[in-house]
Design a protein around this ligand. Structure first.
Ligand code: FES
Length: 334
């Protein structure tokens, strides 16, 4: 007669301790369903397993459908949907498996102390001396030097990071080369007169003398547009900025910095070719469409006694995108 203890496996089946032992390579304590580590759903593991199996079958069908759709060069949306369904349901099934059919932690395993005893250390030292003929000692000096070497290496390794960042920009990014009285010139350096553009005309202009410089081409570039043949006001407070209907705006898009060089004359819109931001030139280049977050800065103009167009001052705010996207309207003085 055998005296065999009966236990219950994780699925609720009654098995002998012998059977339980042969099913697993290492004898593990059998999980109890009232164990606080087990979730409620685990108390009905067969039902949970069936639901998870259905989820995974749907996932497998999705992946198979994705393969077939890809093979047949089906429409992109079919490929996307089948792949999405496959990944979603397979992932859902795996997650549910771990969540509802596995014990939940935390688990704690006691460990023996890691440090060797004095006897073990002495035995180890004696064995080394015996086998090598060399007495192993602590080398505090060398250890200290090694630590110092690693420390100084860590500090020096940061130098390229700090040094390669270059000097601080200061307020250089806030300002352009436009100043009070600067002549507007075209790309050939020719001064622009107030009587040479028709209504609806557009021209790229630069500060005199800087038309061929990097700064001139990058941050100073400005579009000059003749909206009408009489002075007008784009924004309250800018009553004198558009003499004889000329307005000037920064050509650097406030979205990502592309040159805003297209002009839709009928709609009086400046258009950025990169992402189609549109700026209304009559009302201060406020964006009408697209991702640009703020208006193009306006350059205040005047016409001197000889009929040349000149700037009253620099831009009243920084041009372009980036950190400049701080406000919708600038109010400083550049
Ligand atoms: S850079 Fe002008 S809209 Fe994007």
């Amino acid at each position: 007669m055998t005296d065999e203890t009966q236990v219950t496996d994780a699925e609720g089946d009654v098995v002998s301790a012998h059977d339980a032992g042969t099913r697993t390579a290492v004898a593990m304590p059998v999980a109890r369903f009232d164990d606080p580590h087990m979730r409620e759903a685990a108390r009905n593991p067969r039902q949970a397993e069936q639901i998870i199996a259905v989820l995974m079958l749907i996932g497998i069908a999705g992946i198979a459908g994705f393969g077939a759709a890809y093979w047949q060069n089906a429409a992109p949306w079919i490929i996307a949907v089948t792949l999405g369904v496959g990944l979603f349901f397979l992932g859902f099934g795996m997650t549910a498996w771990g969540k509802y059919l596995m014990p939940q932690g935390p688990f704690v395993e006691e460990r023996h102390p890691l440090a060797s005893s004095d006897d073990e250390r002495q035995a180890m030292a004696a064995a080394l001396v015996e086998r090598t003929g060399v007495v192993v000692k602590r080398r505090r000096l060398l250890g200290g030097l090694l630590g110092g070497g690693l420390g100084i290496f860590g500090i020096v390794a940061m130098f390229p990071l700090l040094r390669s960042m270059g000097p601080l920009p200061g307020d250089a990014l806030d300002r352009t080369d436009w100043k009070k009285g600067t002549y507007l010139v075209d790309s050939n350096g020719r001064r622009v007169r107030s009587d040479e553009m028709e209504v609806g005309g557009i021209m790229t202009v630069y500060p005199a003398g800087l038309e061929n410089t990097d700064a001139g081409q990058a941050i100073d570039q400005t579009v000059l547009i003749r909206v009408q043949d009489t002075a007008f006001t784009t924004v309250k407070g800018r009553e004198t900025w558009a003499p004889l209907g000329y307005v000037a705006y920064s050509k650097v898009c406030t979205h990502l910095g592309c040159p805003v060089g297209l002009y839709e004359r009928e709609l009086e819109l400046l258009v950025c070719p990169c992402h189609q931001s549109m700026f209304n030139v009559r009302d201060g280049a406020v964006p009408q469409f697209g991702p640009a977050p703020r208006p193009l800065p306006q350059l205040p103009l005047y016409i001197d006694a000889n009929g040349y167009l000149r700037s009253q001052s620099g831009y009243d705010q920084a041009v372009g995108p980036g950190f400049w996207e701080r406000t919708n309207q600038g109010n400083g003085t550049a």
